[in-house]
Design a protein around this ligand. Structure first.
Ligand SMILES: [Zn+2]
Length: 120
C-alpha cells in the first residue's frame, strides 16, 4: 500500500496569488526604476530619430468579432486579445523585455564607476 500524501494545506483565497501578480511594499515601489519607452520616434520634418521616453502605458487589446456560427454560445461575440502595454506618448507597444536587456547592458557598462555626490 502506498503511503498517504503528506498534509498539504488547502488552497484558500488568502494564500492564492494569481499567476504573474505580486504585491509590493511601498519601499520596493519607491526604490524601483521607472521604465521609459524605448521606441524610436522619427519626426516628419527631419531624419532625426529620438527615443520616445514615454512613462505612461495602458493595457492594449485587439478586438475580434466572432460570428454566431463560430461562437460557442451561438451568439455574436467580441473576443478581447491582450497585446501588452501601449505607450501613450508614441502610441506603440512597449516591450518590457527589451527594456530589461538594455538595462542590464547599461549596468555592465557602468560597473565600477563611482560618481561623487554632485554626480559629475
Ligand atoms: Zn513611446
Amino acid at each position: 500500500m502506498p503511503k498517504p500524501p503528506p498534509n498539504v494545506p488547502p488552497i484558500t483565497p488568502s494564500n492564492m496569488i494569481p499567476p504573474g501578480q505580486v504585491n509590493f511594499s511601498k519601499e520596493a515601489i519607491n526604490s524601483a526604476i521607472e521604465m521609459k519607452c524605448l521606441n524610436e520616434i522619427k519626426f516628419n520634418d527631419s531624419d532625426e530619430i529620438k527615443i520616445c521616453g514615454g512613462q505612461i502605458f495602458v493595457e492594449a487589446a485587439r478586438l475580434r468579432y466572432i460570428s454566431p456560427i463560430m461562437s460557442p454560445t451561438g451568439q455574436q461575440t467580441v473576443a478581447t486579445i491582450n497585446v501588452g502595454k501601449l505607450c501613450i506618448t508614441c502610441g506603440k507597444i512597449f516591450q518590457p523585455d527589451e527594456w530589461l536587456k538594455k538595462h542590464h547592458e547599461e549596468e555592465k557598462a557602468t560597473k565600477g564607476t563611482i560618481l561623487d555626490k554632485s554626480g559629475k
